[in-house]
Design a protein around this ligand. Structure first.
Ligand SMILES: Nc1ncnc2c1ncn2[C@@H]1O[C@H](COP(=O)(O)OP(=O)(O)OP(=O)(O)O)[C@@H](O)[C@H]1O
Ligand SMILES: [Mg+2]
Length: 352
């Protein structure tokens, strides 16, 4: 095979690819491969260039026995790690040399790796979250069958706790299911026309009792005119419910929550007219170190307090997915000791 044909072939492969001949030199490489291993690699011994033991072993073995192998190659461009699956195959009867040469093709599997890591983390998190209430339930059942068998007062107390723990598991399962639903239709754009003023009023009705119990007053600050967006009314209600519920639970000490609805003609985040709903509380706020991770599943800024309040850490993850589905943005600002502001920005429905 002439060098031109070899170069032509390699450059037609849509992945980094290179050829190593029997005398261990990199004799051809396409531009993607050179970008990966460095432009000076051509004509050099592969051992000085590739440097990762697993890959070196695979190449050496393939050159000597002609068998195909796959292995991993990790690269780091200074900013992030990339994982490659490398296929190492013999080019038999190549005219490069009378002996075997090897063709290496690098396939970027970073995303696949990340996805499977996320799945493992998710399963670990769910199991952990489930185990806590389950362990409590099992403990109390055991106590009630044994030492506390005839203790009426203990029975009442323990049943209360057991009910709370069961309710907590129930909430967790409910949240997981709604997260699943929201994720599965994230790519489908909602089509109903929704009046935000109405959704917010309906949310107030749902949460009025909870707010009253916590000694928190709602301070709505709405425009006269209805603000309409293209959306899914139930999902948007869930967004505002989760945010206002958080404001009550974590920011309730401030005694009031401002819910402000405004329209900004030129919303820079969307490059269109945007509706902004701001949920502002005057509680302890959130330490800025937590802000970047706040919308991750199961993330709680104050683990202890949130759990004591029955939080599963899924509320904001659900909010985030719903807002994404609506092509909107979620912003969180907070100064410790001065409360928190959660802003949902949604594209306003075009008037017709
Ligand atoms: N307004 C707020 N003030 C202070 N901390 C907040 C506020 N809103 C959210 N947080 C913090 O962010 C964390 C994540 O909130 P999120 O709603 O996702 O979970 P949760 O409230 O713990 O559980 P869930 O909403 O599923 O019942 C909370 O645990 C809390 O620590
Ligand atoms: Mg919450």
């Amino acid at each position: 095979m002439g060098d031109d044909i070899l170069d032509g072939l390699l450059s037609a492969i849509p992945l980094p690819a290179l050829v190593i001949d029997a005398s261990e030199y990199i004799v051809a490489a396409n531009p993607d491969a050179l970008a990966l291993i460095g432009g000076q690699a051509l004509g050099r011994n592969y051992v000085t260039i590739l440097r990762q033991p697993a890959l070196l072993d695979a190449i050496e073995a393939t050159l000597s026995d002609g068998q195909a192998r796959t292995t991993r190659y990790l690269s780091n461009d200074g900013a992030q790690d990339t994982t490659f699956n490398v296929s190492c195959r013999a080019i038999e009867g190549s005219q490069l040399q009378s002996e075997t040469a090897a063709l290496l093709v690098f396939e970027d599997v970073t995303m696949v790796e990340q996805a499977s890591q996320m799945r493992r983390d998710f399963v670990a998190n769910v199991s952990h979250e489930m185990r806590t209430p389950l362990t409590a339930l099992m403990g109390f059942i055991e106590t009630l069958r044994g030492p506390a068998r005839d203790d009426k007062a203990a029975l009442v107390r323990f049943l209360d706790i057991m009910q709370d723990e069961a309710a907590r598991m129930n909430r967790l399962v409910g949240d997981l299911m709604s997260l699943n639903r929201v994720e599965s239709d994230e790519r489908v754009r909602p089509t109903e026309t929704v009046v935000l003023n109405e959704v917010l009023h309906s949310t107030f009705r749902t949460l009025r009792q909870m707010a009253q119990d916590a000694g928190v007053a709602f301070e709505p600050d709405f425009p006269e005119l209805p603000v309409t967006v293209r959306g899914d009314a139930d999902q948007l209600k869930q967004v505002f419910t989760n945010l206002i519920e958080n404001a009550i639970k974590y920011g309730g000490a401030g005694g009031r929550i401002t819910i402000r609805l405004t329209v900004s003609e030129r919303e820079t985040a969307l490059r269109a007219t945007g509706a902004r709903v701001q949920i502002i509380d005057y509680g302890p706020g959130i330490d800025p170190v937590h802000l970047p991770r706040l919308t991750e599943r199961f993330y709680r800024a104050d683990d202890h307090r949130s759990k004591a309040l029955g939080g599963t850490g899924l509320g904001l993850a659900i909010v985030k997915h719903i807002v994404n589905r609506h092509r909107g943005r979620l912003r969180v600002q907070s100064t410790l000791g001065q409360g928190a502001t959660f802003t949902v920005i949604l594209p306003v429905a075009p008037q017709n």
